[in-house]
Design a protein around this ligand. Structure first.
Ligand code: SF4
Length: 711
């Protein structure tokens, strides 16, 4: 028996786990690492399933190439030769933009994909770049980019020291924190209450977080921006504004907030004006308070304004960059400092003219780009750890569009609803067959920590960084047999140059280990990889510290509280005040502790229990519509229609129905037997690809107008 200490790469919480492996390389136990400096023994059902994921017999272990409509296993050289043979003519004839990329959510949890994906993307040079960010958190990047100068400079709630937490559209008890890396969120939230603090939740659904909270207000979906503007209005009206010295634009915000009185927003939000006023004043009165918003605030029509207003309220109440407020983490890895402030709209999508954000176009328009003839049409697609056929709006349309591609390559561990359309599938190792450092998420951690995972188990599969370098070689016109060792050294040399670290200090290392070593050495704590290798439970770098104004990269060097790119969208929100709710049903999402988007449904331990893929309906609506608990309902929107079992529950607000996403595993040609046996229904069949948060291009997944009827 050996025990490996690994950082769980399955969600943003980055828990430390203890994995027991027997002499036959079988994972016999996975448990929380009590000595982990961050998670202190916490584990959730997903983390406990790491062994099941590793041993999943459906996980691909060899490259697949489609021949005569059927996948056959081939050697790696044959697979790369096929990619070179098919991809090159497309770029030669139609240009680089004819190849699109879709990068899925697991990418961000994988050091190799984060560090080497960018090498491949650069070599590909396409402007048709799509990720799961535009069905997730892009509004937060957008607003942070304009407020603080860098879209990755995102303040997080200082959970361990705050005394008052206002949560909007987030369910951290089951997500375990998102855009807020916080292992054992339940323990940390309870800590607030034990300190005598208060948690207030606004959510159309009485989530597990809402059940734990001191107060829950069932806000109407998509109206968080109105509610937040009313808080701002009250703060100014009651003279409770204290933004500090590093802030521009406070007067502009005051003027913008004038129409959004509590009385004006009450009908649309469904929250009583007196309650809004009280919530605002309690926030202002709290010694240490933080506002935190997530999916319900980002994947909706006013995602950017809501994300912006979360930080406007934090700033106006004096809680930005304050202990117990919201703070900027200082991760251990070197991070480039922007030389110019963030801007968006450097190019637009060909068909609908959506602006680029963070180098990405909205994935909601990917089908347009594939289907619409003309110069610049997308003819080939590379997917990386993504399942857009399930996870993007109007997925039936995207599925049809995927069939029209001339060529498709997928880097993925499963033959799933998306990769079944690929011509070549390149599998990667399991999370226990690769080394890991959480390159992205420590930048959002509620405490500064660093933890390295050495590769626990050997594998015959190439590491993904090597696969991506071979893909980059093909994309750069070097053919399928690029010298991976030399290429890796070149990439590391560039990182050494940028970090100002001598490359020879990382001698003897390759791939992500060398990159992480260089970035640690060039980082703010001067660590090196050997330090982390000697600390299997991680290194605690301390509580968050104030970082203003050093963290700002705006042109003014101040927080720009009223940037034009965001405030120009306020009239669209203002128009909402004149609209009365039409009485129609609005569909929202929901998340479960044992589920992570679409990609963990093939693990028996995580699909046990009853069917979780139901449409939740309030009893009043059920009775009005003739729906019965356990019966079947049709859900219809402009985009499509589906049928799903009904769950009648008072946990959803009247007028709101809720479905989880990531289900719908009943497609032909997949190889995920457990998921197929627990197929569920894909909620994105009714998500409307034409409904977007305008500035960020993020899909509206919460607040979709639908009709529900008994089947
Ligand atoms: S909370 Fe997230 S990081 Fe922690 S064990 Fe569960 S899946 Fe892994």
């Amino acid at each position: 028996m050996t025990t490996a200490h690994v950082t769980c790469p399955l969600c943003e919480a980055t828990c430390g786990l203890e994995v027991t492996i027997d002499e036959k390389s079988l994972v016999t136990r996975v448990q929380g690492d009590r000595e982990d400096v961050f998670s202190k023994g916490y584990i959730c059902p997903k983390g406990a399933s790491l062994g099941a994921l590793h041993h999943d017999p459906d996980r691909l272990t060899a490259p697949l190439v489609k021949r005569d409509g059927k996948f056959v296993e081939v050697t790696w050289d044959e697979a790369f030769a096929e990619i070179d043979r098919r991809l090159r003519p497309i770029t030669d004839e139609y240009g680089k933009n004819a190849v699109a990329v879709y990068s899925g959510n697991p990418t961000v949890h994988n050091a190799a994909l984060v560090l080497y994906g960018r090498v491949f993307f650069k070599a590909l040079g396409t402007k048709n770049f799509y990720t799961a960010t535009t069905v997730d958190q892009m509004p937060k990047h957008f607003s942070s980019g304009y407020l603080f100068g860098d879209p990755q400079t995102i303040p997080v709630a200082d959970l361990d020291r705050t005394g008052h937490l206002l949560i909007l559209g987030a369910n951290p008890l089951v997500s375990n924190g998102s855009l807020m890396t916080a292992a054992d969120t339940r323990g940390r939230l309870r800590g607030i209450q034990k300190r005598g603090g208060k948690i207030v939740v606004l959510d159309p659904r009485r989530t597990r977080t809402a059940q734990l909270a001191d107060e829950h207000h069932a806000i109407r979906p998509g109206t968080d921006a109105l509610f937040l503007f009313a808080l701002v209005n009250v703060l100014f009206a009651e003279n409770r504004v204290d933004p500090g010295e590093h802030v521009n634009g406070v007067d502009e915000v005051r003027v913008l907030a004038e129409p959004f009185t509590p009385e004006a927003v009450a009908p649309a939000t469904g929250i009583d004006a007196a309650e809004i006023r009280r919530i605002a004043l309690e926030l202002a009165d709290a010694e240490r308070a933080a506002v935190y918003g997530r999916m319900g605030t980002t994947t909706q029509s006013f995602g950017t304004i809501a994300s912006w207003l979360v930080d406007v309220v934090n700033t106006l109440t004096g809680n930005l960059d304050r202990e117990g407020g919201v703070m900027f983490p200082l991760p251990a890895l070197w991070r480039p400092r922007r030389s110019s402030p963030f801007t968006s709209g450097r190019w637009t999508s060909r068909v609908r003219g959506y602006p680029e954000v963070l180098g990405e176009l909205p994935v909601a328009t990917l089908a347009d780009e594939i289907e619409t003839p003309g110069e610049g049409r997308v003819r080939a697609l590379v997917t990386i750890s993504g399942n857009p056929a399930l996870s993007t709006p109007n997925s039936a349309r995207l599925t049809e569009a995927l069939r029209q591609l001339d060529f498709m390559v997928s880097l993925d561990v499963y033959l799933n609803e998306t990769t079944r359309h690929a011509d070549v599938i390149l599998p990667g190792p399991s999370p226990l067959e690769r080394p890991h450092y959480d390159v992205a998420l420590y930048a959002l951690a509620v405490r500064n920590v660093a933890n390295w995972t050495p590769q626990p188990l050997e594998t015959d599969l190439p590491q993904e960084w090597a696969t991506l370098l071979r893909m980059a070689g093909i994309a750069a016109g070097q053919g399928p047999d690029v010298d991976v060792v030399a290429f890796d050294t070149m990439v590391a040399g560039e990182t050494a140059r940028r970090t100002g670290v001598d490359l020879s200090l990382a001698e003897g290392r390759t791939g992500p280990a060398r990159m992480v070593d260089l970035m640690l050495r060039g980082g703010p704590y001067g660590l090196k990889l050997a330090d982390l290798e000697a600390a299997p439970h991680g290194i605690d770098l301390g509580a968050l510290k104030p970082r203003l104004p050093e963290v700002l990269t705006t042109a003014s060097g101040k927080v720009e509280l009223a940037p034009d790119a965001i405030t120009k969208d306020v009239p669209r929100l203002r128009a909402e005040l004149d609209k009365a709710p039409d009485g129609g049903l609005l569909l929202i999402g929901r998340r479960h502790l044992s589920s992570n988007n679409s990609w963990m449904h093939n693990l028996t331990p995580l699909v046990r229990g009853g069917n979780r893929c139901t449409v939740q309906v309030h009893p009043d609506d059920a009775s009005r519509l003739g729906l019965t608990d356990g019966g079947l309902a049709s859900v219809t929107s402009r985009a499509g229609k589906l049928e799903v079992p009904v769950e009648v529950t008072a946990d959803v607000r009247p007028g709101v129905v809720s479905m989880p996403h990531g289900w719908g595993h009943d497609a032909d040609g997949t190889r995920t037997r457990v998921a197929a046996a627990h197929a569920g229904v894909n909620s994105n069949l009714v998500a409307d690809e034409t409904l977007l948060d305008v500035p960020s291009g993020t899909a509206v997944l919460n607040g979709i107008p639908v009709e529900v009827a008994p089947v």
